[in-house]
Ligand binder design. Structure first.
Ligand code: PMP
Length: 431
């Protein structure tokens, strides 16, 4: 581990500690579902660059697409002229999108949070309404506008209170919410809380839209109760709010469908994408219903690098591979298999409190068996131990292992990962 140690020391000397790091591993090379460190050690990647590398690392077709583009053009800027990969990627995304978004228009940015910011600006601009409804425990990004909507951890807002964007937060109906006896009841209560707010502190004519993650991501991989997203859609229709779906993490196959909203047949007015969209290069997108996008006047938004041709080509190749290799079905099938394996382990491993998620967006919640509470004091160390043992993994929520491997994971590789994770958990003592 000599080279890795030296690199880690250099990192610590020059990188500000604000960038939290789950592990001390180094990464110099990737191939398929594996990462390699500076000393040549191999790791199975269950984090996929934070739920990004849908078709794995260095997929030959993605590499080739990027090289071909690199030989032609790196950057010219969408503000200066038209670049085909920009157009082609939005055409492709639109063709996959649900409902009226199939005829929508969009813009490309450099990241998920930039896309969130663009979506909030678009919603405010076209409605002329200043406020957004969002959810506690949601994550939408760190720049100030997106951060105003983020509510997954008060730490992210420390010393930054009074952010400029007007966001009204309501609870997300998770089983940890301190109300409701069943998932359906919790969903219903949140819908009623929104209605109550609209009667008391939130004039409906001042609300531009509801920003929601169809599955709560960083907040803990909670799938919403039946009827909840449909209920939000109905509220939007009733009051003229825009339904803004943040599918940065859930989008492009992660949950076994192109977009998570499809699981509930809900049609957003604005769709936000990032992560997998750029195939590992920085890219984000906002796609809106055509009449909304058309009302967003020239100059209302912009970006020097947004939709740069290299990232667009990586994204186009990634989407083509997902389609041609049937990776939506694979995500459902391997996701179900992984879920089953973790659920099976629940009975012999009391530290596993819950297994949840959809497709290959799985959360394995760890608890203190004595109290039944999330093992928040241990999760950091457990994540490090599992990663050290050979499976790169992160966490979400309070103490949930976050299983988001590339969608190309095979059953054998799934078994390899599960064994390493369970072995580490078997040896763990909460006290
Ligand atoms: N929205 C969601 C749902 C996310 O999960 C994330 C990142 N984890 C973001 C937005 C922000 O994306 P980025 O880090 O690319 O800015």
């Amino acid at each position: 581990m000599e080279i890795s140690q030296a690199l880690l020391a250099r990192y610590k000397d020059v990188v500000a500690p604000a960038i939290y790091r789950y592990t001390d591993l180094t990464f110099v090379r990737g191939e398929g579902v594996y990462l390699y460190d500076a000393d040549g050690r191999r790791y199975l990647d269950f984090s996929a660059g934070i739920a990004t590398m849908a078709v794995g690392h260095q997929h030959p077709r993605v590499v080739e697409a990027v090289i071909r583009q690199a030989q032609r053009l790196f950057h010219a800027a969408a503000h200066i002229g038209v670049m085909e990969p920009y157009v082609a990627l939005l055409e492709k995304v639109r063709s996959l999108a649900p409902g009226r978004l199939k005829d929508g228009k969009g813009v490309l940015l450099n990241s998920g949070s930039e896309a969130v910011e663009a979506a909030l600006k678009l919603a405010r601009y076209v409605t002329g309404r200043p406020l957004i409804i969002a959810f506690q425990h949601a994550f939408h990004g760190r720049p100030m506008g997106a951060l105003a909507a983020t509510a997954s951890n008060a730490l992210f807002r420390r010393r930054l209170s009074g952010l400029a964007v007007g966001v009204y937060h309501v609870p997300y109906p998770t089983p940890r919410a301190p109300f409701g006896r069943s998932p359906e009841e919790r969903g219903q209560i949140v819908l009623e809380l929104i209605e109550e707010a609209l009667r008391t502190v939130l004039p409906p004519e001042d609300v531009a839209g509801i920003l929601v993650e169809p599955i709560l991501g960083e907040g803990g991989y909670f799938v919403p109760p039946p009827g909840f997203l449909e209920g939000l859609r109905a509220l939007c229709d009733r009051y003229g709010f825009l339904f803004i779906a943040d599918e940065v993490q859930t989008g492009l196959g992660r949950t076994g469908r192109w977009f998570a909203v499809e699981h509930w047949g809900v049609e957003p007015d604005i769709l936000i994408l990032g992560k997998a969209l750029g195939g590992g290069l920085p890219l984000g997108a906002v796609l809106a219903r055509r009449e909304l996008a058309d009302a967003w006047d020239p100059g209302a938004h912009g970006s020097t690098f947004g939709g740069n041709p290299l990232a667009c080509q990586a994204g186009l190749a990634t989407i083509a591979i997902i389609e041609e290799e049937g990776l939506l079905a694979r995500a459902r099938q391997i996701g179900a298999y992984l879920r089953e394996r973790f659920e099976e382990a629940c009975s012999s491993l009391p530290i596993i409190g819950d297994v949840r998620g959809l497709g290959l967006m799985l959360g394995v919640e760890l608890i203190d068996p004595d109290t039944g509470k999330p093992a928040a004091a241990h999760i950091g160390e457990i994540v490090r131990a599992i990663s050290q043992a050979g499976v790169v993994i992160t966490k979400c929520g309070e103490a949930t292992l976050r299983v988001v491997p590339p969608l190309i994971l095979t059953q054998e590789q799934a078994d390899e990962g599960v064994e390493i994770i369970l072995n580490t958990l078997r040896g763990w003592r909460i006290r």
